[in-house]
Design a protein around this ligand. Structure first.
Ligand SMILES: Nc1nc2c(ncn2[C@@H]2O[C@H](COP(=O)(O)OP(=O)(O)O)[C@@H](O)[C@H]2O)c(=O)[nH]1
Ligand SMILES: Nc1ncnc2c1ncn2[C@@H]1O[C@H](COP(=O)(O)OP(=O)(O)O)[C@@H](O)[C@H]1O
Length: 233
């Protein structure tokens, strides 16, 4: 995008299990990923390692940490009172209650990273994506789909961290997400992991090549090439 436009994040997909990328502004962009079991966390982790300039927005949540999760890395873990205070202070770009727990994206953190030129991924649910779209209209949203219901169930069970009640809840959550697939810009099926990773990387690359963003980055080349030529029209 051009430098006089606000930075736009890219939105990633949500769905029954995988992650997603989004769009960037002149200075940077963002992506959203969503949906349990599709493989979004795995895909996003891989992209963060392989794509320079890509960053993940670390959300706040009231959910308890799972074994191995690190405060400030996987989430900023907090409680309802502190989360609500942050909501009241307008500190979240978006926030939502997802199956009993509160989740939110720090406005300051995302805006600072976009301003620094990063492409920012938001791994957020459909409610959050609905809030972000009007705020960051150049964001790209991606919904990551599992290849089948049976494979989704297999992946949800495969993590081995959840009891039966939690599995039932996550299955319900995946179905709720899937109902919103049509709101997303892109659909990526996470069947073959490497293929899905490459699809997401291609989306990020294509966003980075958009004219509005290139115009900003290539100002010097364009000025030199166009020197002395009449402007169109
Ligand atoms: N709106 C919103 N949703 C979020 C945010 N962070 C995570 N989520 C969503 O909350 C849901 C549950 O996430 P989590 O507790 O990590 O469980 P898992 O992703 O199902 O393993 C997922 O759909 C996430 O995409 C956030 O900052 N905002
Ligand atoms: N393409 C794939 N093929 C097979 N298993 C996968 C694939 N992508 C992810 N998984 C596995 O599925 C499970 C859920 O992945 P995860 O990234 O936690 O999903 P999400 O973040 O969407 O809930 C994990 O055990 C992960 O290793």
């Amino acid at each position: 995008m051009s430098s006089d436009r606000p930075p736009s994040p890219q939105a990633a997909p949500s769905g029954s299990g995988a992650g997603q990328p989004r769009d960037a502004g002149p200075r940077g962009g963002g992506d959203d990923v969503e949906g349990p079991g599709a493989g979004k966390t795995s895909l996003v982790r891989t992209l963060l390692e392989t794509v320079p300039g890509l960053e993940l927005s670390v959300s706040h949540t009231t959910r308890a940490p799972r074994p191995g999760e690190v405060d400030g890395v996987d989430y900023h873990f907090t409680d309802e009172a502190r989360f609500t205070a942050l909501v009241d202070q307008g500190r979240f770009l978006e926030h939502a209650r997802v199956f009993g727990n509160l989740y939110g994206t720090s406005r300051d953190a995302v805006e600072a990273r976009l301003a620094a030129g990063a492409d920012v991924i938001l791994e957020i649910d459909w409610q959050g994506a609905q809030q972000v779209r009007p705020l960051l209209p150049e964001a790209v949203s991606v919904f990551i789909l599992p290849p089948s219901r049976a494979e989704l169930q297999r992946r949800l069970r495969g993590r081995g961290q959840d009891d039966e009640a939690t599995l039932a809840r996550r299955t319900e959550e995946a179905a709720a997400e899937l109902a919103h697939y049509a709101e997303y810009d892109y659909l990526v099926v996470n069947d073959d992991f490497e293929r899905a990773r490459a699809d997401l990387e291609a989306l990020i690359r294509s966003q980075r090549l958009r004219r509005a963003r290139q115009e900003h980055a290539l100002r010097g080349i364009l000025d030199e090439l166009l020197e002395g030529t009449p402007s169109p029209g």
